[in-house]
Design a protein around this ligand. Structure first.
Ligand code: ACM
Ligand code: ZN
Length: 737
């Protein structure tokens, strides 16, 4: 590598569209002006603090110490001083607002509350060389802080992320690392999805089986799980609070509760023994709404939970309840009759109201997925809007506050692209690109202006249901670590930075191109901090068609990285040609390029997928074969992924189609694999080339499994040469169920 990232400094002066001098601060501050000369941190710099900010002074010292090697003195003081960073408590600023002044002599962070001071500190770190995030000492670097005057405050008060710690148990250390990742971008709410069919993660002393049984799934060597002890929770809550992050627990009712029912079967309607969910599917089991014992249990759980989580909010889930169990339950039907209700959905409203009643005496407000307001709910709640904006209109009109967590912008378990090799939690999930996240606007279009104050903010969601049985752990080329946490980092960064900007910065200040530019050094910060991330592909800046080909111009958008490319239609690697100037190619599909951060960390290719409208009758494009993969007169192994292309039971046709070249290929039949096990084949050999232009293979899928990896394998051989190229199409014929 040409660059050693450790010595890269942030050198980009970025002027935003509205003329703001913003360095590369994300989220973009409300106002920022250059103050001229920079401050240089040295071993003698003192951190002075006002009032009771000792813990924040120590936190700042702790942030600065690993990379600089300085053990900066902290002291209480009533005023700023030269060669000092002063944390100053002042009157009159909103809770999360701050002002930051950096000049040659001193640094001052002013705020009216610890929250604002913490955000001033986060901005300060972003004004320093990127190495400040390093956990190891970096020598011979001047720790310069750009001279600036910032006045800043957030647009929305709820800036959240949800972690699904039930389906995949993120241990305490990962949660705390995640809090660091969030707080780097001034997110302030961590919603923990603590309970679901696949695991109960919260120690409740009165009900030990919730964790001795409910926190574990699978048998023998397959057994996995875990939970947070009450001490773990206290530690996480305190760690978060120092970083202005509030943890909101989600204790789901009435569905997604199989883990609790596995521990205490009397909570369900039929009381039959059940097991904690291993494969992903939503259990039909619900807490019984007819029995008082259900509410006694929940009262006890809340009693303990509220001693751990000081938040004013309690999330009660409420999503995706199917009512079959309630329909067949004598207790539930009796309740329905006594209350004079017409349908089971109204029983869920009753459930919600009972919980509102129960938590009110603790001063708590309920939050729930948008289903909780579906049938109406009189007393005020917070609706977490995930389906679509119509749910937001309904919730606000009923008087509820809302938080937007829309599936099409905020679900980070959805992949970032459809490029082959992309990390996919599930094949059916549509991509949400970085730019798409940046286009998320919590102030949804069409909402009556009078309801605007009811929009608390926005939130990302990182579900882990598609990670529970391990089948999605396909290799991410850039992350050589077979731990799911690495995938969650990949799904989170850089998209969480975009999410943070669109909920912190006012709409008028948002600008995609400026954001993309400011992001350039943030990848370096992730490298230093040890956060995983998805490396963006090179940016296409120009593409021009000539009579005999195309010119392609690219831009590298990761500071210190390089672009490598290929012109033979095969994915480039870290040793491919370095991109220095625009490249000419005959056909667009011959060109691919990657961003290389290091030998182990690089992007998926930027490529130009081609349409073949003339082949429409063969179904959908699936893959290509390239002349360079073929050997003349010698069969070679040939494999292509079919995950996502095979997506239900039925009969499929796979067709090899000739594009160009003089020679034919021989195809030795076709074998079809699920999770690397053969399950179908068409053994008829075929030929495809200038003369026989297509060759088709047929097979049946009768045990389709969501989340499984599918592929086709064969051997191909060049006949009288190896210069032909072609494509492979797949067609779904019929349902054989
Ligand atoms: C959800 O995605 N079930 C809230
Ligand atoms: Zn019941």
């Amino acid at each position: 590598m040409k660059y050693d990232l450790k010595f890269l400094v942030s050198c980009c002066l970025v002027l935003t569209a509205n003329g703001l001098f913003a360095q590369d601060i994300i989220p973009l501050p409300k106002t920022a002006q250059s103050s001229g000369k920079s401050f240089v941190l040295n071993a003698k710099t003192i951190i002075r603090y006002d009032g009771d900010l000792e813990a924040h002074a120590a936190l700042l010292s702790g942030f600065l110490s690993p990379a600089t090697g300085f053990d900066l003195e902290i002291m209480r003081a009533a005023s700023p001083a030269d060669n000092a960073i002063y944390l100053d408590l002042v009157d009159g600023l909103p809770q999360e607002a701050y002002e930051l002044d950096v000049n040659e002599d001193r640094v001052i962070i002013k705020a009216s509350a610890a929250a604002g001071i913490f955000y001033g500190i986060q901005t300060l770190r972003q004004l320093m060389p990127v190495g400040i995030y390093s956990r190891e000492r970096i020598k011979n670097l001047e720790w310069e802080i750009s001279g600036i005057h910032v006045k800043d405050e957030p647009e929305y008060k709820w800036r959240g992320m949800m972690l699904d710690v039930s389906r995949y148990f993120f241990d305490k250390d990962y949660v705390m690392k995640y809090i660091d990742m969030m707080s780097m971008y001034k997110l302030n709410t961590l919603h923990l999805h603590l309970i679901d069919d696949a695991g109960w993660r919260l120690e409740i002393k009165k009900y030990p089986k919730l964790t001795s049984i409910g926190a574990w799934r699978g048998e023998g060597a397959e057994r996995t799980g875990g939970y947070y002890t009450q001490d773990d929770i206290r530690e996480m809550v305190a760690y978060a609070a120092m970083r202005n992050v509030e943890i909101i627990p989600e204790i789901e009712v009435p569905a997604h509760t199989l883990a609790a029912i596995a521990a205490y079967p009397h909570l369900s309607c039929n009381e039959k023994p059940v097991k904690v969910q291993v494969q992903h599917s939503i259990s039909r089991e619900l807490y019984c709404v007819g029995k008082e014992s259900t509410f006694e249990f929940l009262q006890d759980v809340f009693e303990e939970a509220f001693q751990l989580f000081p938040s004013e909010y309690i999330h009660i889930g409420g999503d995706e309840a199917k009512y079959d169990r309630w329909e067949k339950c004598a207790h539930c039907q009796k309740r329905k009759q006594e209350l004079g209700l017409n349908k089971e959905a109204e029983l869920q409203v009753y459930f919600n109201r009972r919980i509102q009643e129960m938590v009110k005496k603790y001063g708590k407000t309920i939050v729930g997925w948008d289903e909780i307001i579906e049938e109406g709910l009189e007393e005020k709640a917070v609706g977490m809007i995930w389906h679509n904006k119509k749910k937001a209109f309904a919730a606000t009109a009923q008087g509820h506050d809302i938080v937007l967590v829309l599936t099409d912008h905020c679900y980070f378990d959805f992949p970032e692209s459809n490029i082959p090799g992309e990390v996919k939690a599930a094949t059916w999930m549509p991509p949400i690109s970085l730019e798409k996240v940046y286009r998320f606007n919590p102030a949804i279009e069409g909402l009556d202006e009078k309801y605007r104050p009811q929009i608390l903010g926005g939130q990302g969601a990182l579900w882990s249901d598609q990670f529970i049985h391990g089948t999605v752990l396909q290799e991410i080329a850039p992350i050589n670590e077979n731990r799911s946490e690495a995938y969650f980092d990949y799904l989170t960064f850089p998209r969480m930075a975009a999410l943070a900007e669109v909920i912190w910065t006012s709409r008028a200040g948002q600008e995609w191109n400026g954001f993309e530019q400011r992001m350039q050094t943030h990848y370096n910060r992730y490298d230093h901090a040890g956060y995983g991330y998805r490396v963006p592909q090179p940016k296409l800046v120009h593409k021009e068609e000539h009579g005999d080909g195309f010119t392609i111009a690219l831009e590298n958008i990761v500071a210190g990285a390089e672009i490598r490319y290929s012109t033979n239609g095969i994915k480039p690697n870290v040793y491919s040609e370095i991109y220095e100037k625009p490249v000419r190619v005959k056909r667009l599909q011959d060109f691919q390029a990657i961003t290389v951060v290091s030998r182990k960390h690089y992007s998926l290719p930027l490529l130009f997928p081609v349409d073949y409208p003339e082949f429409e009758k063969y179904g959908k494009f699936m893959a290509e074969w390239r002349a360079v993969e073929v050997v003349s007169e010698q069969p070679v192994e040939f494999e292509r992924k079919a995950t996502g292309k095979i997506n239900k039971n039925g009969t499929y046709e796979v067709t090899f189609l000739y594009l160009d070249g003089e020679s034919d290929i021989k195809v030795e039949g076709l074998a079809v694999y699920k999770n690397n096990r053969i399950f179908a084949s068409d053994k008829r050999p075929g030929k495809c080339g200038k003369e026989n232009r297509s060759s088709t293979y047929i097979f049946e899928v009768d045990n389709y499994e969501t989340g499984a990896e599918y592929s086709i394998k064969t051997k191909i051989e060049g006949i009288g040469g190896n210069d032909s190229n072609g494509v492979i199409f797949i067609k779904y014929k019929e349902n054989s169920d």
